[in-house]
Structure formats: C-alpha cells, structure tokens
Design a protein around this ligand. Structure first.
Ligand SMILES: *Cc1c(COP(=O)(O)O)cnc(C)c1O
Length: 391
C-alpha cells in the first residue's frame, strides 16, 4: 500500500503521559529519568511480539535498551511493523550474526589516533565525546562502544583528543559525535566548544546528534545560546521516517536555526522503515519545511545482528532516482556506502549517462528521455553583423 501522509498535520502531545504536568514533560531531565529500559516497562503499554520479547532479554549484553517517553509515543502500539518501533525495540534477530557482519563495520578503530578520535580523512576528524545516547538505535554503527554493553571499555576522556587536534594543523573540521554530544551538560559542552574555537586552525565545527529527534526538550534556549556563542556550529540530525517529524522536532529545529545552526539530516536506509520511495519523499519534504537539508542517505553498515534491517543497494539507488527531477533538488540526499575496512564514505548514484565518447555524451533525463551534449567543438563561422535583438 503506498504511503500517504497528512501534509497539514504535525503530531504533537504527551500521549500516554497526558497526566504529567506539561512543565515536567518538557523537562529533559525527566524524559531521561523516565526512559523505558526494561521489558516490563514496555509491556505496561504494549504487547510485544515473541521476537521483540526475546530481543529485550539480551539487549543489555549487546546495546542497551532505552526509549524516551516522548519517542515512545510515536510508536503505533497496534502495528508490529511500525517503522518507529523497528528502530528502537530490540528483536531476537539481533543475536544472529552473519559472516559478513562486523563489530567495527566501517573500520574506525584502525584510524583511532587517541581514544575517541578518528582521523580518517585528510582535513577532518571524528571526535567521540561520550558513549551515551538519549535512546538507542538498534542498528547503531558504534554498538561496540555505545552504551558500553559489550565491555569495550571506551571511556571518553577528551583532553587527549583536544591535544591531538591542537598539534595537527591540517585538521580544519571537527565532527563531534559519540554517543550523543548533546547529552553533555551545558557547562561541559560550553567548555569543549570553547576549547575547539580557541584552536586557530579549526575552521569548521559540527555536531552529529539524534537528540532533536529522541529528546527535543533538550534543545533549550540556554543550549542554543551556547551554540550561538561558539558559532557557526553546524548540526547533522538523524531522522529516518516522516512520523518522526513532529511539532516538537519542528520547534527544536526552529530554535537551532534561529541560533544560527545550519541543519542537515543523515538517514539510514532501513528495511521496513524507509526503504520506500513515497516514505522517503514525504520525509525529505518534511525536512525542508523544518529548514533541514537532507545530507546523506546511508546504506546500512554491516553491523552485527542487523540483517533484518538491511536492504539492497539497488533499493537506495531506485529511491534516489525516484526523487531526482521529481522533487526539489535541495531535498535529495547523497546516497553513500561507508566502506567496510575503513574505506570511508563512497557516493553511489543512479547512472544517467548512456554513452560517452570523444564526440558526444548521451544522457537520460529523469523522465527517461534521451539527450545528447556534443563534446567536439564544431568549426565556427564569423557573424557578419553584431547581434541585435528585435523589439
Ligand atoms: C563521516 C565522517 C566524517 C565526515 O565526513 P563528511 O563527508 O565531511 O561529512 C569524518 N570522519 C569520519 C571518520 C567519518 O566517518
């Protein structure tokens, strides 16, 4: 059945927690304290499938189970195939590990110069400043270290990372990630951003965060003041499905935008979540309405126990083809594979070139029509009169 969305409506509300005072609901500390982290808590509100129940029992030995009340409300509890549910409720399938799957699927560890600092590209670094998130995505690329369920023993201690950046003048771009950097207390974040800004060669600072999606209450005016003070700070958020684009997320994006934070989105292509052209189109339209520019669409990494969430690369290419030309160019993310073994992000594009030789390039447009662009300069003839325009 094709996906249709109500283009006017923005979901909002306390849902199952309607009895809580609104100030309490909007307190991000309350949201964190009241996360659903146990199978018994989930079962208070919904009937889990046997697959999910099994997943919950061993989640804490792989990647912690945690869902904020705010995000839990977005789940359709009557639909076992709900796209929100698939992202955060563990499944027994997570414990089946295919031979091609890896604990460190994009080879970060081999580029880790000091604990938490990945220097893979010439001019920029990935700086992991915490191992905690507001809620845990079941397909987490860093499940080996995030939530520390696997005893990976990652202790974010960012002094060493800062010293590395200070002593490497080629680093002009620092990407804060984790875990979720916006879980750090305001004071800590203020200090960290101040330290980075004080490094002359650091030109570009960005934060990768799913907090606006899991915990929009965290985007307080005080946090926005800090981001503004150290700005420009760019931010990549992580929205996978149009149902995540609520009034609360929109308001949080407004606050960030007004604080001068340019926003991008990184989606992961997930089976049964967003591997559908109509869903993806609705998503990018919602993002544009929130001033968020779709940045990357990732082929799901070969993370251990993620086979049930992965779909074919062809599906991703087909989705991009269904967007290009058919809708706003600003809405089209770059589809990438983060190559196993540490190859980095590699773009994958639909092929619009039918033929190219010395004489011409033959192209297909988004409607499948053929066009030719000549490549050989023809022999020119001088015009005898200057150009005039008839009036
Ligand atoms: C994704 C990533 C970056 C940033 O890459 P961009 O293409 O500039 O967004 C930097 N370092 C690492 C290790 C990454 O995985």
């Amino acid at each position: 059945m094709p996906y249709t969305e109500d283009r006017e409506a923005w979901t909002k509300g306390q849902g199952l927690w309607e009895h809580i005072p609104v100030e309490t609901w909007n307190d991000w500390g309350w949201q964190l304290k009241n996360r659903l982290t146990k199978v018994e808590q989930l079962e208070q509100f919904m009937t889990l499938t046997p697959e999910e129940k099994q997943g919950c029992y061993f989640a804490n030995s792989k990647l912690a189970l945690a869902i904020t009340p705010y995000f839990f409300n977005l789940i359709d509890r009557n639909d076992p195939n709900c796209p929100i549910r698939r992202q955060v409720i563990p499944r027994g399938e997570e414990m089946t590990i295919a031979p091609e799957e890896l604990l460190d699927p994009v080879g970060e560890d081999e580029h880790m110069k000091v604990p938490g600092l990945v220097h893979r590209y010439p001019d920029r670094v990935l700086f992991l400043v915490t191992d905690r998130c507001a809620a845990y995505c079941r397909y987490c690329t860093r499940s080996r270290l995030v939530s520390n369920a696997q005893d990976y023993n990652f202790h974010p201690e960012y002094e060493q990372g800062l010293r590395y950046i200070e002593s490497h003048p080629e680093v002009r771009d620092v990407l804060l990630s984790g875990g979720d950097p916006l879980l750090l207390a305001d004071r800590k974040l203020d200090h960290l951003l101040g330290r980075l800004r004080a490094i002359k060669h650091v030109e570009f600072i960005r934060i990768g965060s799913r907090i606006p999606v899991f915990l929009p209450q965290r985007i307080t005016p005080e946090l926005c003041t800090i981001l503004k003070k150290h700005g420009p700070i760019w931010m990549s958020i992580h929205v996978n499905h149009p149902k995540e684009c609520t009034q609360e997320l929109k308001d949080a994006c407004d606050r960030l935008s007004y604080a001068g934070v340019p926003l991008g989105n990184q989606s992961v292509l997930l089976k049964g979540v967003n591997d559908d052209a109509d869903v993806m189109k609705a998503l990018v339209h919602r993002l544009l309405r929130m001033r968020v520019r779709p940045y990357y669409l990732y082929q799901c990494d070969l993370i251990t126990g993620s086979a049930h969430l992965r779909t074919s690369v062809q599906k991703g290419i087909d989705i991009i083809r269904s967007l290009r030309g058919h809708t706003t160019g600003y809405g089209i993310p770059q589809f990438v594979i983060d190559a196993p073994g540490g190859g980095g992000k590699i773009p994958i594009n639909p092929d619009y070139v039918e033929k190219v030789d010395e004489d011409e390039i033959v192209l297909r447009n988004y409607e499948g029509e053929r066009f030719t662009y000549p490549l050989k300069p023809g022999k020119g003839a001088p015009v005898s009169e200057p150009y005039t325009y008839e009036t």
